[in-house]
Write a protein that binds this ligand. Structure first.
Ligand code: FES
Length: 227
């Protein structure tokens, strides 16, 4: 996985640890969206003007994101998309870019928006540091939550997609969601996921299922070619 394409490393917005041993470089596009976020929900905006809301928290860092959507009832196109977050710079840039992508060219339909992947957002941003992948997933999840909220309010329950959590290892109580978070945190092998979650420790029979899930989430978030 090589998503980091630093433009001008060391410029405003990049981060270096105090001892100088580690740096995070951000592309110019990321910095632009961080310093000039698009479609931010302003304090004086009226949330009643929107017909769907979504909310998500990140178990990886405790940050939170809320989104508001205005959907055309006839076309099911996203006419407006606003957001607020307590997230970091990467979350701000990702959400800002996501808000542009779902509303540009007249707006995506809800079906098209469901097909939007964090990877698509990262590509438009020119990449993010690998430890920041989970931040780009916040918007994707909040968007899905808002789409469900739209269908719930419209009484179209059959169009809602709810992702239930499944226990993968009854011994360590690790769920598929825990494995998803581990992959987003950069653990892309069984050993790395085990180190983070203890899945399969004392219960190796679950490891093939763990491997399968790692492959699934790797492809979902980083593309089919990811290794
Ligand atoms: S959203 Fe929490 S670290 Fe980025």
């Amino acid at each position: 996985m090589s998503y980091v394409q630093p433009s001008t490393p060391g410029t405003k917005g990049d981060v270096t640890t105090k001892n100088g041993t580690q740096s995070w470089f951000y592309t110019d596009t990321v910095k632009d969206h961080f310093f000039n976020p698009r479609n931010f929900m302003h304090e004086d905006a009226n949330s009643d003007d929107y017909n769907a809301v979504g909310k998500v928290g990140s178990p990886a860092c405790g940050d939170e994101l809320r989104v508001w959507m205005k959907v055309g009832p006839e076309t099911e196109k996203i006419l407006d998309f606003r957001w607020k977050t307590f997230g970091c710079g990467s979350a701000i840039a990702s959400t800002s870019m996501c808000s542009v992508m779902v509303t540009e060219n007249g707006g995506m339909t809800l079906t098209e928006a469901r097909g939007l992947k964090p990877q698509d957002i990262m590509e438009r941003l020119g990449g993010l540091p690998s430890r920041k992948f989970h931040c780009s997933v916040l918007c994707d999840k909040a968007l899905r939550d808002a789409i469900n909220d739209y269908y719930r309010r419209a009484g179209q329950f059959d169009k809602m997609i709810v992702e239930a959590t499944r226990v993968i290892d009854p011994v360590s109580k690790v769920t598929d969601h825990d494995i998803e978070e581990a992959v987003l945190e950069g653990a892309t092998t069984v050993e790395a996921v085990q180190a983070k979650t203890k899945v399969g420790v004392g219960n190796p029979s679950v490891l093939p299922a763990v491997e399968e899930l790692i492959r699934f989430y790797r492809e979902k978030y980083f593309g089919a070619e990811s290794k």
